[in-house]
Design a binder for this molecule. Structure first.
Ligand code: ZN
Length: 479
């Protein structure tokens, strides 16, 4: 019969419940709304009675001192404190005026009368037997960076891994992730983009066959077990608290992470106090670079692609009034020629468009060239399948919005941007898009054309930055 130690040499009959591993494994490190768990409500209530959960109000209300005696709200899930994002409403459940948080509304409504649950029960034993099964070889630069990242972990400091597109960033993370897992740490790789989660998950699963890892994104299928490695969108980190011993933010410069302070707070909240963060990016912002220097982070810079070839430099081509021409039902001449050449050479291609609207107008025109050409955008439920089709050479090319600017690796892909002068294509987006080209050692170069209606500063900046990287890589090689 189970007993519980109350005081030394003094036992009482333990009336607790036998903890179901799936409940424990799910809740550890999470902060979750009480009424909306994947388990029966009665069960959760029982665990609560036995103090297996701590609880927090969904929204904390503080009264600021002063004559106005104003209320200040804070969302305990997303840590949003922007007062204009809190909305008062007449709550049918409480018969009172309650408040909800608009900031994290797309993950389900958090109100002042919602309870958030945090696991307070026993933790599972973490495995320390992990294995890295990877037969690739590092270049000197990669190997140095991988080592520097481990050094930062040993010293418990943050790290910036600044690496050009195609430097093999993911592989560079493997040794550090293995180091952390073997210490029994819980590791999270977070990225602003669902596509990047989808790309990274199978790669990590393959090389860490003995590790339980889960991928988390909107509407992701649920997996069993306690994951010691989590690959998630940064949004999903709203649902974690004090969970991770090491967080890697991949593509740390990508929208919306850079613009959304609450997402950055979500990363901080999801990790344990004092746990190190590593930022991985090809295009760090001036702000990140300044913070890195100020706070004395570890730093690795890889200016060369893993195969040693330079980055393809974008070619700028005017494509005057492309918008009108496409709307009139024609593909502008230069773009038509470019696409026909790709089709003739049987080279897979991506054509980026600034808006879904323009892309949708263009799809039927391109399908007249080859009816297998498809289009993809953020809300497309088949986007995963379409990218796979391009990779498997089942379709010749894909029209896309900026959602495919990162994380996509397709052998011998040729890339064009239509409307490169549009605001959405800032220099970091253009560098990322250019970085899709020439990633494979067998096809280290390729076409990257920026079709435009007038050259912008951002286009110039992207081009100069890529040229600078190439010079830098050459300089480092010559040393
Ligand atoms: Zn919120």
């Amino acid at each position: 019969m189970p007993y519980k130690l109350v005081k030394e040499n003094h036992f009482i009959l333990y009336k607790g419940i036998i903890i179901e591993p799936q409940i424990r494994d799910f809740f550890i490190g999470r902060i979750w709304t009480r009424v909306n768990t994947p388990f029966p409500q009665e069960k959760i209530e029982k665990y609560k009675e036995q103090n297996y959960f701590n609880k927090k109000p969904g929204i904390s209300i503080n009264r600021s001192i002063g004559i106005f005696n104003r209320k200040r709200y804070k969302c305990n899930r997303c840590h949003n404190e922007q007062q204009n994002e809190f909305v008062q409403y007449d709550c049918a459940r409480c018969n009172k005026t309650c408040v909800y948080c608009r900031h994290c509304i797309n993950m389900g409504r958090i109100t002042s009368c919602t309870d958030l649950l945090l696991w307070n029960g026993p933790k599972p034993k973490v495995k320390k037997t992990h294995e890295l099964v990877w037969s690739g070889a590092f270049t000197d630069l990669q190997s140095t960076a991988a080592q520097q990242l481990i050094e930062s972990l040993k010293e418990n400091r943050n790290h910036l891994l600044h690496a050009v597109c195609g430097a093999g960033k993911t592989e560079i993370l493997f040794p550090a992730v293995l180091y952390a897992l073997k210490k029994g740490w819980r590791v999270c790789i977070a990225t602003p983009r669902t596509d990047v989660v989808l790309e990274l998950f199978p790669r990590f699963k393959k090389v860490f066959p003995k590790t339980i890892l889960h991928s988390l994104y909107g509407n992701a299928p649920s997996h069993p077990g306690y994951p010691q490695l989590v690959i998630a969108t940064t949004h999903q980190l709203f649902r974690f608290e004090n969970a991770f011993d090491f967080v890697i933010v991949d593509e740390a410069d990508a929208f919306p992470y850079t613009y959304d302070r609450a997402l950055q707070k979500a990363v901080l909240k999801s990790k344990k106090v004092g746990a190190p963060i590593a930022l991985v990016t090809a295009t760090p912002s001036a702000k990140i670079l300044a913070q890195m220097k100020r706070e004395k982070w570890g730093y690795s810079f890889i200016s060369r692609r893993y195969h040693g070839h330079p980055l393809p430099v974008p070619r700028l081509e005017p494509l005057w009034s492309y918008n009108k021409i496409i709307q009139k039902g024609r593909i502008p001449k230069k773009l038509l020629d470019w696409t026909t050449t790709r089709l003739e050479n049987k080279e897979p291609f991506l054509i980026f468009f600034p808006t879904i609207n323009l892309m949708e107008n263009a799809i039927p025109l391109f399908q007249q060239l080859d009816k297998k050409i498809l289009g993809v955008h953020a809300e497309d439920p088949e986007r995963k399948g379409k990218v796979l089709k391009l990779r498997n050479e089942e379709i010749p090319g894909l029209l896309t919005t900026t959602i495919l600017e990162r994380g996509i690796t397709i052998k011998n892909v040729q890339v064009a941007v239509v409307g490169a002068e549009s605001k959405i294509f800032n220099s970091s987006a253009l560098i990322q898009i250019s970085g899709r080209v020439g990633r494979n050692v067998l096809f280290p170069s390729g076409e990257i054309v920026l079709f435009h209606h007038g050259i912008t500063v951002e286009m110039d900046e992207a081009r100069n930055e890529i040229i600078r990287f190439n010079k830098e890589g050459f300089r480092m090689e010559a040393k």
